[in-house]
Write a protein that binds this ligand. Structure first.
Ligand code: ADP
Ligand code: MG
Length: 691
């Protein structure tokens, strides 16, 4: 039997070098990868509604031909509106999309489309607002209509149609050759369906039952492989020697006295956990969980202090330059004043001039620097430490396991603290992060204002901005956030820039407005951010660079444009930027999205402010199916919440993995398992080696 993982996807008919490169963007390079590129969701097209029978209630699927198209400016001049009239045998309906001017290029009269979206009444007529659409070609109508249809994650240049056809022919040709990594006895004990049936059904399920069986089997496989690596890792780790620290009780006391506020119980408990770990000779590997704004930074600061007062070095790594710089400023401030001796804190990012960088690196390796704060620039090969004994990785889900491992390897080995705002229930945490110890900060500091969230349709945005301007005039600062997605990057950027212009030029010209987006030079972005922080700017129009960590306590208003384009967890991160001071805060979502998913997601977001609830809801809405795509895996990432709905299965996988390793500790008799982990989830093995 051929090993499908060693056959390049280019071997398949219909895949030339150019397509192969595009598929690689989806993480697909081999035939096996393609078969494991799972749908993000499914659409049940066995029930297509005739247009004449549509009702204004919930999302429905229609299929028809484009009879007319047109674009115009909406109410509000910065908004672009695209309309198409769709006709089937029974009637016609108008569909409209906001701010998606690229549709002009894609949708033409005469095309056959399947559309999925919410139907609403507008001026007495039914219309579909921002439906998802798909162009149907005669030759692949069998794959795209009249059945449960897979909807894949896409990348620029790869269409739903193409992928569906490719996966389908690949299944015909190769599904029977897949090697099953789950040992026979486990498979029968857990009543798992045969692999080839499952892989076929995960792509083109006959019915819901087949799809469920397939999902169960595929989840089990992933959990099982993951648990094997977690258990292996724990056994490697418990054998390691680290660097014991001496931590006298008065250190914590002095630390507490140096702070302008008193620590919360959660922060204190986390600090005690960390102290206990750092005293031991075994390296700490601890996950600190705490919702946005719960005050994790100060806890990591104590870890640094513990290291440097023992004469060692500490490093803290953050995912963006802006956030790293914010930490640097805070840390420098905390350490100044000589309370803890004469300590040197430096900032390292890729934007440092070469000469300066050289001097910094020299000082670091010679031990003249105590704390290094930086971005991923910290992991560059030429960054070497003299005696690194504490490492903190902030917003750890933004980093790959490998990046963290590289940083860790520069230490003695160091005590490692990873921090995340992704809430995971305790039992799940034990299973997923069985190789990490966990501390949780459950409550935010007291005396914080409340954040209220509202949702408005796009056509109400004029009055929304009027209100925002009034609030700002009264002294608060505001964020206006635009999503940027790959498919419409240029338009998105333009929308943000237009909004900025609009503020600058007309209605709100008395306000001071800044703009930050991903194409700005780093220094420019930084400068704008700093001006916002020091209240030289009132309003910050920004794309998602804002997402993590930023702390400006006077900013208490946020407007999120096209809010439906964000996932729930992302929205939660964004909203975490406001309400950080004592004042109340307002978050406004602007969206006219009408798909059932979007509406449910946004409603859920308006109604709950608890990160844990939000994670749960996110999962309930999106369902486990879409979490299983290969490229988005990495259980270290945010997607980790996916197993929430499948705790039983996860625990079963853990038990089976444990039992198997008890009888075959080195996997000598199960080399396929090790090979599969190495190939499919190299990051799992890095977890093992990361130490
Ligand atoms: P996150 O957990 O999201 O990283 P931060 O560490 O950025 O949160 O803290 C958010 C804000 O709360 C900061 O301005 C910080 O100075 C402040 N803060 C942290 N701990 C406390 C506390 N115990 N009491 C009051 N404010 C605090
Ligand atoms: Mg933070």
């Amino acid at each position: 039997m051929k090993d499908l993982s060693s056959i390049p996807v280019q071997y398949l008919k219909g895949v030339g070098p150019a397509r192969a490169r595009l598929l690689a963007n989806l993480g697909v390079t081999s035939v096996e990868d393609l078969l494991y590129l799972f749908p993000r969701r499914y659409e049940d097209r066995r029930k297509i509604t005739p247009i004449s029978r549509l009702i204004s209630d919930g999302a429905q699927t229609v299929s028809g031909f484009v009879r007319a198209v047109g674009a115009r400016k909406g109410f509000h001049r910065s908004r672009h509106l695209f309309e198409a009239v769709i006709e089937d045998d029974s009637g016609r309906i108008k569909c409209i999309w906001f701010n998606q001017s690229y549709l002009e290029k894609y949708l033409h009269v005469g095309m056959q489309l399947v559309l999925y979206g919410r139907v609403e009444v507008f001026k007495g007529h039914l219309q579909m607002v921002s439906p998802e659409y798909e162009v149907i070609d005669k030759q692949d109508a069998v794959l795209s209509t009249g059945r449960i249809v897979p909807v894949y994650p896409l990348t620029r240049g790869v269409s739903q149609r193409y992928l569906r056809r490719l996966v389908h022919s690949c299944l015909e040709e190769c599904a029977g050759q897949l090697l099953d990594v789950i040992p026979d006895d486990i498979r029968s004990r857990q009543s798992l369906e045969p692999l080839s049936f499952c892989i076929r059904s995960i792509h083109f399920p006959e019915d819901d039952k087949a799809r469920e069986a397939a999902e169960r089997r595929v989840s089990f496989e992933e959990f099982f492989l993951f648990q094997i690596s977690v258990i292996l890792r724990r056994s490697v780790l418990s054998g390691r020697k680290g660097c014991p620290h001496v931590l006298p009780a008065q250190l914590l006391e002095r630390f507490r006295r140096s702070l302008p506020f008193s620590l919360t119980d959660g922060q204190l408990a986390a600090i005690r956990d960390i102290s206990a770990d750092m005293i031991r000779p075994r390296p700490m590997l601890r996950l600190l969980q705490g919702d946005v704004g719960s005050g994790k930074t100060i806890v990591s600061f104590f870890g640094c202090l513990a290291a440097v007062t023992n004469g060692f070095q500490a490093a803290i790594m953050a995912p963006t330059e802006i956030l790293a710089e914010q930490h640097f400023t805070n840390f420098s401030r905390y350490f100044s004043g000589g309370l803890f001796g004469d300590l040197r804190v430096v900032f390292l990012s890729s934007s440092r001039p070469k000469k300066e960088r050289g001097e910094l690196l020299k000082a670091i390796v010679e031990g003249k620097v105590d704390v290094v704060v930086g971005t991923h620039a910290l992991i560059a090969q030429d960054v070497q430490f003299k005696s690194l004994s504490f490492v903190c990785v902030d917003e750890q889900h933004k980093f790959g396991v490998k990046q963290r491992a590289v940083l860790t390897a520069k230490g003695m080995p160091p005590d490692v603290l990873v921090m995340t705002a992704t809430p995971i229930p305790r039992s799940l945490c034990l299973t997923l992060y069985g190789d990490l110890d966990v501390s949780v900060i459950t409550h935010r500091p007291q005396g914080r204002g409340q954040t209220k969230t509202y949702r408005f349709a796009d056509d109400q945005s004029d009055s929304v901005y009027q209100r925002v301007a009034e609030w700002v005039v009264k002294g608060t600062q505001a964020y206006i956030v635009y999503p940027i997605i790959e498919e419409s990057e240029t338009e998105d950027l333009k929308a943000a820039t237009d909004m900025y212009q609009r503020f600058v030029s007309s209605d709100f010209s008395q306000l001071r407005v800044g703009l930050i987006h991903g194409r700005l030079k780093r220094d420019e972005a930084k400068e704008v951010m700093n001006r916002f922080k020091s209240q030289e700017l009132d309003v910050l129009v920004t794309t998602t660079v804002l997402e993590v960590g930023i702390d400006v306590p006077n900013a208490n208003v946020m407007v999120i444009e096209n809010a439906h384009r964000f996932g729930l967890s992302q929205l939660h991160q964004l909203r975490g930027r406001i309400g950080r001071g004592e004042k109340n805060a307002v978050c406004i979502l602007l969206s006219s999205a009408s798909s059932v998913d979007a509406v449910r997601r946004l409603d859920a977001f308006v109604n709950t402010h608890d990160g844990f609830e939000i994670a749960r809801e996110d999962l309930a809405i999106r369902g486990p199916g879409q979490y299983f795509g290969r490229q988005q895996h990495g259980l270290n990432d945010l997607k980790v919440v996916s197993p929430l709905t499948q705790l039983d299965l996860l625990e079963t996988a853990r038990t089976e993995a444990g039992d198997l390793l008890k009888t075959d500790a080195g996997l000598k008799k199960h080399s396929l398992i090790l090979q599969t982990i190495r190939r499919r989830y190299p990051e799992y093995l890095e977890r093992i080696l990361a130490g």
